[in-house]
Design a protein around this ligand. Structure first.
Ligand SMILES: NC(=O)c1ccc[n+]([C@@H]2O[C@H](COP(=O)([O-])OP(=O)(O)OC[C@H]3O[C@@H](n4cnc5c(N)ncnc54)[C@H](OP(=O)(O)O)[C@@H]3O)[C@@H](O)[C@H]2O)c1
Length: 306
């Protein structure tokens, strides 16, 4: 049986159903992965709720899920470097990761090191690639610069804090006060509790703002920038329309990159980067776990165990 967590129509938590779907067959360049764990992302409920239906119209029913870890059970034509039995992890190209068996492009995957459980592996791809590319590609963050990371305790931010610190930047993080110790442990130099403080009164001359929240948080961030500073947002697709004259605002979208993911996974394997799994939910509890992603959750990332 191939269980899949799907939406048949847009709606709230009740819109998600566990269905039995056909076993996939691999196209050229694909492998079939027996999924063991899949990371929960806010895009799950943004799609479920119908927020993105105009920008990304989906044929329904649609299987949600954008990252996975598991084991290769079938190898398609023109696949190099993967064999049946390999443990693999990666972002999916598009949706579809929330199923027992998934056909996926092999060139987005990396092998999972023995040191990583499937739960921890599934918590890495989207958050880590987003953090890496937003900081160093779109953000052009350099040693000695100051970066302000909004939403620092979440799935993307937890990696961003660590990568920025490793790159020699001064890291200011915004989060709930309860997450301050966690973020200092990841390398944040300063943590601002967004519930009790106005970050724009405390952060000045910031070279890069990484916005993982959007809304008023983004709107209040322009004033903290240094003259040459920029804001990279992964949360506000309309940032460019909101950017005041004379400021730089950049919309960022993650792309799968197996070479980058392999580098990041190597750092995790060596103990240089930590992975925080906030919750491991069984597939039967996935609907509630996805809802918790929307309404507030512990630091790091929740995963579904298949
Ligand atoms: N464009 C892309 O390619 C891409 C890729 C991945 C993710 N994203 C987007 O990036 C955003 C973050 O993703 P994620 O997976 O890291 O989400 P997440 O795990 O839910 O983390 C977001 C964090 O924001 C914090 N937060 C809420 N309100 C805040 C505020 N006013 N100020 C500061 N922090 C606040 C929460 O932390 P506390 O517990 O401390 O309140 C929460 O943990 C989402 O909008 C997601 O859709 C975009």
């Amino acid at each position: 049986m191939n269980r899949a967590l799907r939406i048949h129509s847009y709606g709230d938590a009740d819109a998600l159903k566990i269905d039995s779907i056909a076993m996939p067959t691999p196209a050229s360049g694909q492998v079939v992965v027996h999924v063991k764990a899949a990371g929960i992302n806010s895009i799950d409920w943004k799609i479920r709720d119908g927020w993105l239906q105009n920008d990304f119209p989906l044929p329904l029913p649609a299987t949600l899920g954008v990252e996975l870890a598991g084991e290769v059970i079938e190898v398609g034509q023109d696949v190099g470097g993967f064999a049946i039995g390999d443990r693999v992890m990666g972002p999916s190209v598009g949706l579809g990761a929330y199923a027992d068996f998934v056909a996926i492009a092999s060139n987005t995957l990396v092998k999972t090191p023995a040191s990583l459980t499937d739960e921890r592996a599934a918590a890495i791809p989207v958050g880590a690639l987003t953090a890496w590319q937003a900081l160093f590609e779109a953000g052009e963050l350099k040693r000695g610069q100051t970066v302000l990371i909004h939403g620092a305790a979440g799935g993307v931010g937890s990696f961003a804090v660590q990568f920025a610190r490793r790159a020699g930047a001064r890291v200011i993080a915004t989060a709930q006060g309860i997450n301050a110790g966690y973020l200092r442990g990841l390398g944040a130099d300063e943590v601002i509790d967004y519930r009790t403080s106005s970050f724009w009164e405390r952060a000045k001359d910031v070279d890069l703002v990484l916005d993982l929240v959007g809304g008023a948080v983004l709107a209040n961030s322009w004033q903290v920038l240094a003259d040459t500073g920029r804001i990279v947002s992964a949360a506000a697709p309309d940032i460019e329309a909101q950017t005041p004259a004379g400021k730089r605002g950049i919309w960022f979208q993650m792309r799968p990159d197996a070479a980058q993911l392999a580098e990041i996974v190597g750092l995790v394997d060596q103990g240089g980067v930590k992975v925080e799994v906030s919750e491991v939910a069984a597939l039967g509890d996935a609907t509630a776990a996805i809802e918790r992603n929307k309404t507030g959750h512990g630091p790091g990332k929740a995963v579904i165990l298949f």
